[in-house]
Design a protein around this ligand. Structure first.
Ligand code: GDP
Ligand code: MG
Length: 393
């Protein structure tokens, strides 16, 4: 039988971000190797992370690898994603609910377009703490090359400052994921230093344990004969085995008859946990990504809301032309992807680079509340980031 999950340390969600080929997956594998050496993690080789076989085997196309490990003081869930598009999708939809991020920058190459985009995305979705892994430090180790690493470090600090992070205070740790993975003691120590920086620099976020339970559905699996399993990160509240829940979007109520985190059964899930819930009697196909599991009666789904929205400039990857009332982009709200009609309320047109207020009429009802963040996408790219002001009329 499976070992139960025992909550002995505070739990945080982190992940790697950064330009393709700068070494995110190699570093992720190296972290698991170093912690396996300490006995507080299981080594996950590069190939297993990049292909995320567990999800692939279940026939789900979700390009995100979830791993878990512990340091001396904390339990972490760590996500790594293969491609740039996966970052955009998972970060803006909240599938990757990061309490902090490790920005991987190759000391050989310096900041690249996706480095800057991921920092911007992190800012938009409220990732307030970033630790920089200046990777491939083994390749810029001697003499003149060492100057290159110094320059890249300055460049990264400037980029972070420009996006509203405390660029001078952010820890920048020179590491080599590749050499650590090969067992080199010096570079193994560099990974330890990086983990210490994460432990100390990323604070434990406030968890709303007493609030009514809410989990945005990230994925759904049907286990023949047992019911429907939904997975996702608990946004707030606490859930116990046997609790009654409403599935908003599917319009059903159910009882939670199974509760797991990383394959380990648990009796109580809390805000911040990555969990799988077995829902009794929920018919196959009734629940989808984008639905919300919540304490019955605690949230009322709605189609209309007012919002303040920042339209990304062309330079930030946004539109190059203004928008007006009648514009119908996609709204990414929690894990939901819904079309919406906008009506500008403070100006006749809104130009890229501006912040405007609008009312939105969504194509279907979703749970909304003041303060909730969302992204606006069009043709596969993020063109706006907003916050809900009021819900309903
Ligand atoms: P990702 O796309 O950011 O996940 O990058 P990968 O982890 O797939 O690494 C891209 C390439 O960089 C691979 O060929 C790695 O072997 C190489 N690489 C990764 N980390 C290091 C490092 O610390 N030093 C050196 N020299 N090469 C590295
Ligand atoms: Mg990778």
């Amino acid at each position: 039988s499976k070992t139960a999950y025992v909550r002995t340390k505070p739990h945080l969600n982190i992940g790697t971000m950064g330009h393709v080929d700068h070494g995110k997956t190699t570093l992720t594998a190296a972290i698991t190797k170093v912690l396996a050496g300490r006995g507080t993690g299981t080594f996950v080789p590069f190939d297993r992370i990049d292909r995320a076989p567990e999800e692939a085997a279940r026939g789900i196309t979700i390009n995100i690898a979830h791993l878990e490990y512990e340091t001396d003081t904390r339990h972490y869930a760590h996500v790594d994603m293969p491609g740039h598009a996966d970052y955009v999708k998972n970060m803006v939809t909240g599938a990757a609910q990061l309490d902090g991020a490790i920005l991987v920058v190759s000391a050989l190459d310096g900041i690249m377009p996706q480095t800057a985009e991921h920092v911007l995305l992190a800012r938009q979705v409220g990732v307030d703490h970033i630790v920089v892994a200046l990777n491939k430090a083994d390749a810029v180790d001697d003499g003149e090359d060492a100057v290159l690493a110094d320059l890249v470090e300055l460049e990264v600090r400037d980029l972070l400052t420009a996006q509203g992070y405390p660029g001078d205070a952010v820890p920048v740790v020179r590491v080599s994921g590749l050499r650590a993975l090969e067992g080199d003691p010096r570079w193994t120590a560099s990974i330890e230093a990086l983990l210490d920086a994460v432990d100390t620099y990323v604070p434990m976020p406030e968890r709303y344990l007493d609030a009514p339970f809410l989990l945005p559905v990230e994925n759904v699996l049907t286990i023949t004969g047992r019911g429907t399993v939904v997975t996702g990160a608990v946004e707030r509240g606490t859930l116990r085995l046997g609790d009654r829940v409403a599935v908003l979007g599917a319009d059903v109520e159910s009882v939670v008859t199974g509760l797991e985190t990383f394959g380990k059964p648990m009796t109580e899930a809390q805000a911040g946990d990555n969990v799988a819930l077995l829902l009794r009697g929920v018919p196959r196909g009734a629940v989808r990504r984008g639905h919300v599991v919540a304490a019955p009666g605690s949230v009322v789904p709605s189609r209309r809301f007012s919002a303040r929205v920042y339209l990304l400039s062309g330079k930030e990857g946004g539109r190059t032309t203004p928008v007006a009332s009648g514009y119908r982009p996609q709204f990414y709200i929690r894990t939901a992807d819904v079309v919406g009609d906008i009506e500008l309320t403070t100006a006749p047109v809104a130009r890229p680079g501006q912040t405007v207020e609008m009312t939105v009429e969504l194509g279907r009802e979703v749970p909304l509340e003041p303060g909730l963040g969302f992204a606006i996408r069009e043709g596969g790219r993020t063109v706006g980031a907003g916050t809900v002001l009021t819900v309903g009329e």
